[in-house]
Design a protein around this ligand. Structure first.
Ligand SMILES: NC(=O)c1ccc[n+]([C@@H]2O[C@H](COP(=O)([O-])OP(=O)(O)OC[C@H]3O[C@@H](n4cnc5c(N)ncnc54)[C@H](OP(=O)(O)O)[C@@H]3O)[C@@H](O)[C@H]2O)c1
Length: 261
């Protein structure tokens, strides 16, 4: 399948939570990390979230840095990324900042009755808003269908930015090329706080682990980058056993601070 290079980026607590249960968004990162993620965004063509994140955070999903926006302009691109929403129900606030901000428009992937619901919701938006299109990606929508459609739109690099259900959908599909985690130095400790992922059949099990390609401190936030590794266990063994970030003997994993993105 022709699909975008797909990067999943998430900030979490040490206990794997991506928010707490209060209405305010929990800050799980620091300025240096926000700046890196902004740079990561600026290098992508599209940015994707789930309807749960839209409802909880009303995110704008813009490139924050004027310099990065100018760089994109200079490259002949839009200043901001195409925004992508995934929803089963098609129920969301069409006045959300997701739809009213940016200069690259939005695509909503849904399926079944969600298609009509999403189209009805978007039909009443102000004409001055950036364009927003609804696409039937199956009922329920699949990561495969979303990625195939994005590829057809010319999206070469996609950034998936949450939340937990959407992480689960993409990671269980096996179609993620890179994971960037920022781990904040604290616990949330609440039973009902949103998790990084839900239970599911992940292809990256203990028998087929991912490759850790970077582990680095950014202030007191730990940045971890993983690449799924499609080598079988025997090949992996021949290549030096389990991956480690320190580049120590036998891991076969180089120090990757400067590795290409
Ligand atoms: N720390 C971070 O980096 C970070 C980043 C983003 C979000 N968050 C946090 O994550 C929380 C939201 O996470 P979440 O898990 O509740 O929401 P989510 O993953 O953003 O979205 C869940 C929604 O996606 C749709 N969905 C779920 N499975 C689907 C499937 N298989 N196919 C199509 N659509 C599907 C459903 O939409 P419908 O209900 O419309 O059917 C579902 O309600 C918020 O608290 C937010 O602050 C944290």
């Amino acid at each position: 399948m022709d699909r975008p290079h797909t990067i999943l980026s998430c900030a979490m607590s040490v206990d794997g939570r991506i928010d707490d249960t209060t209405p305010e968004r929990l800050r799980l990162s620091n300025e240096a990390d926000f700046a890196e993620v902004d740079e990561l965004r600026a290098g992508c063509d599209a940015i994707l979230v789930g309807a749960g994140t839209l409802r909880a955070d009303d995110p704008r999903l813009l490139v924050r840095s004027p310099a990065l926006r100018a760089r994109r302009r200079g490259e002949g691109r839009t200043e901001n990324l195409l925004k992508v929403l995934v929803t089963r129900s098609g129920e969301f606030d069409p006045r959300a900042r997701f739809f009213s901000t940016g200069d690259a428009g939005a695509v909503v992937y849904t399926g079944g009755p969600g298609v009509d619901a999403a189209r009805a919701g978007l039909s009443g938006r102000p004409a001055s808003d950036p364009p927003a299109e609804v696409v039937d990606a199956g009922s329920p929508p699949t990561a495969e269908a979303v990625l195939a459609d994005l590829a057809n739109r010319g999206v070469g690099r996609l950034l998936v930015e949450g939340g937990g259900h959407i992480h689960t959908m993409f990671l269980t599909s096996g179609l993620v090329d890179e994971i960037r985690l920022a781990v904040a130095p604290f616990f949330v400790g609440e039973e009902d706080a949103p998790r990084f992922v839900l239970p599911g059949a992940y292809p990256y099990s203990a028998a087929a682990p991912m490759r850790l390609v970077e582990a680095r401190a950014l202030g007191d936030v730990a940045v971890l980058r993983y690449r799924p590794d499609n080598r079988g266990p025997q090949e992996r063994e021949a290549g030096g056993g389990r991956a480690g970030a320190d580049g120590s003997a036998g891991t076969g994993v180089p120090r990757t601070r400067g590795e290409d993105r």
